[in-house]
Design a protein around this ligand. Structure first.
Ligand code: KG4
Ligand code: ZN
Length: 335
């Protein structure tokens, strides 16, 4: 089974050709074009994102087929991210994928972006099998998911406000770092003292595995205002290190409790924030070989993970057909 997959849920236009042989995935090509138009706005502008997808999608798809050495006629399936994400951006990918499917007379499936992130773990470790625990940490989501089976998921907890990536991005804006700030904070923090300032620990009343980051973001804002511009500039790497430490410690604390209580055979950490070097360090210290981080090329949004999830979905449930739409607010467990 061979799929052409398209991902356009946010600010990456991506296409990939993936093959599945007996529950193993082989990525034949992966093209990712990141949009730069948003940098000057400090966040993603939905209309600009959709327009940028339209401009490059044909080239991105053509290149993915060329790189894989595959002609459209030899595809078995076409897949695209159907949600969650920005509505106008999702429409570009889904419409394009449906059109390719129609043109070559192949089935189409719409793929849940969050399930795609879970599948990045299978791309990283071909021997991984359910059940396992997954922490999805991205710009838009922070979710703790129990993977019961290939396509059966239980949402154990999620953020009650901002996502972990959002905490990096919004904190970065406060520090004048530009978007996306996660990689920049990560880099600055390597030279900084993480005990320079102790940010307050998030307090969560709700029982379960929940996260909260908006208090941290506000604490940083107050701290920066109180200390003034010169102080912040002078101590930027220390502040970045302390702020990053607060984010990753909170993630660790909640996940550690889940691991203790549920004793999963493996713990997968996926999504853009799984690239964070301090997160990798403390999770490895705590969980050793049990933890599996997505390969860096599959952490941030990419179509290979969508292709893998699409292949499995098609195998288990068949095609969606041309009637499927886009679902901007989809959760990992679909209604
Ligand atoms: O998974 P992703 O590409 O997009 C979403 O589905 O949201 O994640 C992007 C997020 C951004 O918030 C970005 O700041 C964050 O991942 N990120 C990082 C690092 N690299 C990317 N956060 C912390 N440390 C990093 N090294
Ligand atoms: Zn994502």
């Amino acid at each position: 089974m061979r799929v052409l997959a398209i991902e356009t849920s946010c600010d990456e236009t991506s296409a990939s050709v993936v093959e599945m042989v007996e529950d193993r995935f082989d990525v034949l090509s992966l093209v990712v074009r990141s949009q730069v138009v948003h940098e000057e706005f400090g966040g993603i502008v939905p209309e600009l994102a959709a327009r940028a997808h339209v401009e490059v999608i044909y080239d991105v798809v053509r290149k993915s087929l060329e790189d894989a050495g595959v002609r459209p006629e030899s595809l078995d399936l076409v897949a695209a991210t159907k949600g969650p994400g920005l509505a106008a951006s999702l429409i570009v990918g889904v419409q394009f994928a449906k059109t390719v499917a129609l043109a070559v007379g192949r089935p189409f499936v719409g793929v849940n972006h969050l399930i795609g992130h879970v599948y990045s773990a299978y791309l990283t470790d071909p021997d991984l099998r359910p059940p396992f625990l997954t922490l999805i940490v991205s710009g838009g989501h922070t979710e703790l998911v129990w993977v019961e089976d290939w396509y059966s998921f239980r949402l154990l907890g999620h953020t009650l406000d901002d996502a972990a990536g959002e905490a990096f991005d919004k904190g970065g804006r406060t520090l004048g770092l530009g978007y996306p700030a996660g990689p920049k904070i990560d880099r600055l923090a390597r030279e900084g003292n993480r005990e320079f300032h102790r940010f307050p620990k998030p307090k969560i009343k709700r029982r379960g595995y929940y996260f909260s980051f908006s208090g941290l973001k506000t604490a940083l804002l107050h701290y920066v205002r109180q200390k003034g511009e010169d102080f912040v500039k002078e101590n930027l790497h220390h502040i970045a290190a302390s702020y990053q430490e607060a984010i990753v410690s909170h993630l660790l604390e909640v996940v550690e409790r889940a691991v203790r209580e549920l004793d999963p055979p493996r713990l997968a950490v996926v999504g853009g924030v799984a690239l964070n070097s301090r997160l990798r360090e403390i999770f490895t210290e705590r969980f050793g070989d049990r933890v599996l981080f997505s390969d860096p090329k599959y952490c941030t949004d990419n179509a290979a993970m969508i292709g893998a999830a699409g292949l499995k979905k098609y195998e288990l449930f068949g095609e969606d057909g041309q009637g499927v739409g886009v679902y901007p607010y989809l959760g990992v467990v679909e209604p």
